[in-house]
Design a binder for this molecule. Structure first.
Ligand SMILES: Nc1ncnc2c1ncn2[C@@H]1O[C@H](COP(=O)(O)OP(=O)(O)OP(=O)(O)O)[C@@H](O)[C@H]1O
Ligand SMILES: [Mg+2]
Length: 199
């Protein structure tokens, strides 16, 4: 199972979700690899802080990424964390994924950024799973998001990731929400994983 977390805009929560999803899979004793294809190497450095909890691969070329993908076994999960820009290796990671997860928030900047990303996505025939991230607790109306999604090839996941301080604080020592006692955050990451795997 290849899960690519992608958005051509930076700062939308790709690495946060990739890292926490990998940790959610670990909770279920799954075999996991992470491919960090962002030059910022966020997952690579988080994994160092976490004392090499995962095997984090850093393919530099499309050919290297394809080789990693071709070696993923049926019982393995590969989480690919992409950079917040448009380059060939990111497009490849999207095309080769079994599941593409796109974090999106309601901020006007993210919505503008999503229009650019949509132009890239619409060139391929890939089904995209959009997850709302950085959602305010009290928010009920998501029409500004639903109005920009193209439901021909996009699905808005029911799970919403709330804006929570814990998503930042646990990273300081390479942790995930699963090392915290924040049951709500743990629950929403588990729900995201389950929803993503079954859709
Ligand atoms: N649900 C959330 N609640 C609180 N903070 C969050 C949440 N999601 C992400 N953040 C914070 O937002 C910032 C950007 O997140 P992150 O680095 O995961 O984005 P990114 O899409 O991977 O960015 P880049 O493209 O630069 O790699 C980080 O400081 C992260 O801790
Ligand atoms: Mg990142």
């Amino acid at each position: 199972m290849i899960i690519t977390v992608a958005h051509s805009k930076g700062g939308v929560g790709k690495s946060t979700l990739a890292w926490n999803l990998a940790n959610a899979l670990l909770q279920e004793n799954k075999k996991i690899k992470i491919a960090d294809i962002d030059f910022q190497q966020t997952c690579y450095f988080l994994n160092l802080l976490a004392e090499n909890r995962f095997e984090v691969l850093q393919p530099q070329t499309g050919a290297e990424l394809l080789e990693i993908i071709s070696n993923i076994q049926d019982d393995e999960h590969l989480i690919i964390d992409t950079g917040g820009f448009d380059i060939d290796i990111n497009r490849l990671a999207i095309q080769k994924a079994n599941k593409v997860l796109v974090p999106l928030s309601e901020s006007p900047m993210d919505i503008i950024g999503f229009e650019t990303f949509k132009a890239i996505l619409s060139e391929s025939n890939i089904q995209i799973n959009v997850v709302l991230n950085n959602v305010f607790h009290s928010q009920k109306d998501f029409s500004s998001i639903t109005s920009i999604l193209d439901f021909n090839y996009m699905k808005l996941l029911d799970t919403k990731i709330i804006q929570r301080k814990i998503y930042k604080t646990v990273l300081a020592n390479g942790g995930s929400v699963f090392e915290s006692n924040n049951s709500k955050a743990k629950k929403e990451i588990k729900a995201l994983l389950n929803e993503l795997l079954k859709c």
